[in-house]
Design a protein around this ligand. Structure first.
Ligand code: ADP
Ligand code: MG
Length: 370
């Protein structure tokens, strides 16, 4: 087993394409570490450098604190599972799993033992002789994991292994994959653009955008304390709402105002703004942190309902906020009328304020201190 560390790593392709920019992180031994970000943000480039399939333009990659930059792929003992699984359709399950071992000229007996032990572990024993062409999606996934683990890798890399499956199968695969990998106890780098997958599976997540790391932390750290506006907007479904506001101080109290609403900040926020005052700021609030009421209360703002999406267990209400729309997520039995004015209050424990200049969470340190 091994820890994997990137130290100020760059990938610059021909034509000055900066795919990975000064990225640093460390995945501990046996950790399930996810790299999460939109398509094209440099995830696959990162892992190809880790596997030794792509030259490192600048920086160092270390396994167990030892620099591996010059090591060939085979010496790194990394196994990969890709989105398309790349099984050999004409070979049986057994032969697909045995393939990497045969390529290493292992004896027949050793191969047989290893294949059978992987098959047992992955529940593939009953279908060992089945042709790979006739496998279901779930079976193919398990065979491709079998093929990856059979040579006992130090690091298992999975690049969007279930992205192409339809939603219901993906949800099931998520659980199964996570269970299989945790039983293995192997250092795992899991690449995905799907925040639900990362949140559900990973011990820690590194969020990337445009070749750069945005934030590294546990799923809940990142969800509750986004380092910047990108992370706040990328994590969570439906996504967070943002609107630019003025901060107003009146008789020791602090108010957040924009043309659509005005509300008073609680003592926690008042203290933070007293210490670090900003006149203009971007408010970020998640749909589940907008509480609604059909009657007016203190510190509420009236907003017009633009659309109501009924999802059964929950209702997504679209509200008009100036020239933009806010999404609010409420329980399924709450169903306002379109055009109606409802009264909203923000759950101030979970709102965030972002800088208009650089998008950083202005009070990140204060949020994470307690
Ligand atoms: P992701 O896996 O996050 O979708 P990639 O690492 O595949 O992102 O790609 C990151 C950026 O690098 C993209 O802009 C992509 O077009 C570019 N890129 C990837 N591979 C190459 C290559 N071999 N040559 C030039 N540009 C590349
Ligand atoms: Mg990719």
């Amino acid at each position: 087993m091994a820890s994997v560390e990137l130290r100020n790593v760059w990938k610059i392709y021909k034509g000055d394409v900066e795919a990975v920019k000064n990225v640093s992180w460390k995945c501990e031994d046996r950790e399930f570490f996810s790299i999460l970000g939109p398509s094209g943000c440099g995830k696959s480039s990162s892992l190809r450098m880790i596997a030794g399939l792509e030259e490192i333009s600048k920086g160092q990659i270390c396994f167990n604190d030892k620099v591996v930059n010059k090591m060939r792929p085979r010496e790194r003992n990394v196994a990969m599972v890709f989105e398309n699984w790349a099984l050999y359709p004409n070979l049986s399950v057994y032969e697909n799993i045995a393939f990497p071992l045969r390529a290493r000229n292992m004896s027949k007996d050793v191969i047989d033992k290893k294949v059978k032990s992987a098959a047992k572990f992955l529940d593939l024993e009953p279908i060992l002789s089945k042709n790979a062409r006739r496998l279901s999606g779930g079976e193919m996934q398990r065979v491709s994991i079998g093929r990856a683990i059979v040579r006992e890798p130090d690091v298992l890399i999975m690049d969007e292994p279930i992205s192409h499956l339809d939603a219901s199968l993906r949800a099931r695969m998520r659980e199964e994959l996570k269970a299989q990998v945790s039983r293995l106890g192997v250092t795992t780098l899991y690449i995905t653009h799907d925040q639900v997958e990362s949140m559900a599976m990973a011990d820690r997540i590194a969020v990337m955008n445009l070749g750069e790391i945005q934030q590294i932390g546990t799923p809940l750290d990142i969800y509750h304390h986004p380092f910047n506006e990108f992370v706040a907007g990328f994590i969570g479904e439906p996504p967070a709402n943002f609107v630019d506001c003025d901060v107003i101080r009146e008789g020791g109290k602090y108010f957040i105002t924009c043309p659509a609403f005005r509300f008073e900040l609680n003592d926690v926020w008042a203290k933070r703004f007293a210490a670090n005052f900003r006149q203009r700021i971007r408010l970020g609030v998640r749909p589940e942190d907008i509480c609604i009421s059909f009657t007016e209360n203190k510190n509420c703002c009236g907003l017009e309902v633009d659309f109501v999406e009924i999802q059964g267990d929950r209702t997504i209400i679209t509200l008009k906020v100036e020239d933009r729309l806010f999404l609010s997520e409420v329980l399924g039995d709450v169903r306002p009328e379109i055009g109606q004015t409802i009264y909203v209050e923000f759950n101030q424990e979970h709102i965030h304020f972002f800088s208009l200049e650089d998008g950083k969470n202005v009070f990140f340190d204060e949020e994470t201190k307690n």
